[in-house]
Design a protein around this ligand. Structure first.
Ligand code: CP
Length: 330
């Protein structure tokens, strides 16, 4: 294990080289095998991870907690509203909170997103600025690096040579979810770095930030993949090797507010991944979703529970890639 990883922050996969990411995947595979064969790993014996959750979670919280336990350490679940940093009158400064916790433990992980695009990402980086121990993003309003790592590991397991394969990142209809675009953003950046032909399919209003689109194109150019956009979901699905559905909000949600956002979302109630849509894809294609999925809206249960679906493999791989990252950086 290279010591160059020690103390490294993870805000986005984009800030890690492909060689570094490959080390994560290699180690994740090894840890997965050990987990499945009952071999104990105490790489992080007596080490502590502090997890700040400004937002709710099922997979992220439980996979990080399980990861630390299985590596011989421990994770603290922290609800910021119950901490001094969440005090209404005079909240403790990030610098002071971090300055205490990095004396007690070995890593800090944070999930936060706010209505203004970029604010959560900035806050996570502020923790990193003051922390003497590594900081890991557990999802901001811009990036979800651990999900992207789990998704790439899943693709590599199912499609040994992902280069030149068609990966469709598709917006999906979900009436109740005003979700941030951290997963689509992270994945359209990462998949071209593994030579995949990425198609981002979304209704006209649901673009990603211009700098993300430019970076995805640059990644494709550098690594031999491609990046294109379409507003035609069926055309995108034609011959696809991977269909990844995920609802997300527009970039202007914080400007025009939730009522107008809802009206825009409801125009596209037919953006669902159905068995008919999957019939347009390659025979052995994968259906992917980071979960939680909105069954009956983003995707039908027939697809979620059908032969193309690898959604639980993705969820499981969160555990293994996070164990790999923690083992490397702590
Ligand atoms: N995919 C994911 O991050 O799930 P949670 O929101 O449940 O953590």
């Amino acid at each position: 294990m290279s010591s160059s990883f020690k103390g490294k922050d993870l805000y986005t996969c984009q800030e890690w080289t492909v060689e570094e990411l490959d080390t994560v995947f290699e180690l994740a595979r090894d840890l997965k095998l050990k987990f499945r064969t009952g071999q104990t790993t105490d790489i992080l014996k007596n080490k502590t991870l502090f997890m700040f959750f400004f937002a709710s979670s099922t997979r992220t919280r439980n996979s990080f907690e399980a990861a630390m336990t299985q590596l011989g350490g421990h994770a603290h679940y922290l609800a910021p509203r119950m901490m001094r940093i969440g005090d209404a009158g005079a909240p403790e400064a990030v610098k002071d909170t971090v300055g205490v916790l990095d004396r007690y433990g070995h890593a800090i992980a944070i999930r936060c997103y706010f209505p203004n695009y970029g604010e959560g990402d900035r806050l996570i980086r502020e923790y990193g600025k003051w922390s003497k121990v590594p900081v890991i993003s557990m999802e901001s309003d811009v990036y979800h690096p651990c999900q992207a790592l789990a998704d790439m590991l899943t693709i590599k397991e199912k499609i040994p040579k992902p280069e030149g394969k068609k990966y469709v990142q598709a917006w999906g209809y979900s009436p109740d979810a005003l979700r941030v675009a951290a997963v689509p953003t992270s994945n359209v950046l990462l998949m071209p770095r593994y030579g995949m032909d990425v198609v981002y399919a979304r209704p006209p209003e649901f673009t990603l930030a211009p700098e993300i689109i430019e970076q995805a194109k640059a990644n494709a150019k550098l690594y031999g993949g491609s990046f294109t956009e379409t507003t035609d979901l069926e055309e995108a699905a034609d011959g696809a090797d991977v269909v990844y559905m995920r609802s997300h909000c527009t970039l202007n949600r914080h400007v025009h507010g939730d009522v107008e956002e809802q009206a825009i979302i409801d125009k596209y109630s037919d953006w669902t991944c159905t068995a008919e849509l999957m019939e347009r894809t390659n025979k052995r294609s994968l259906f992917m979703h980071c979960l939680p999925a909105d069954r009956g809206h983003e995707v039908t249960s027939e697809v979620m529970d059908g032969p193309h679906s690898v959604v639980f493999d993705e969820a499981e791989n969160r555990l293994h890639v996070q164990k790999a990252v923690l083992s490397l950086v702590v």
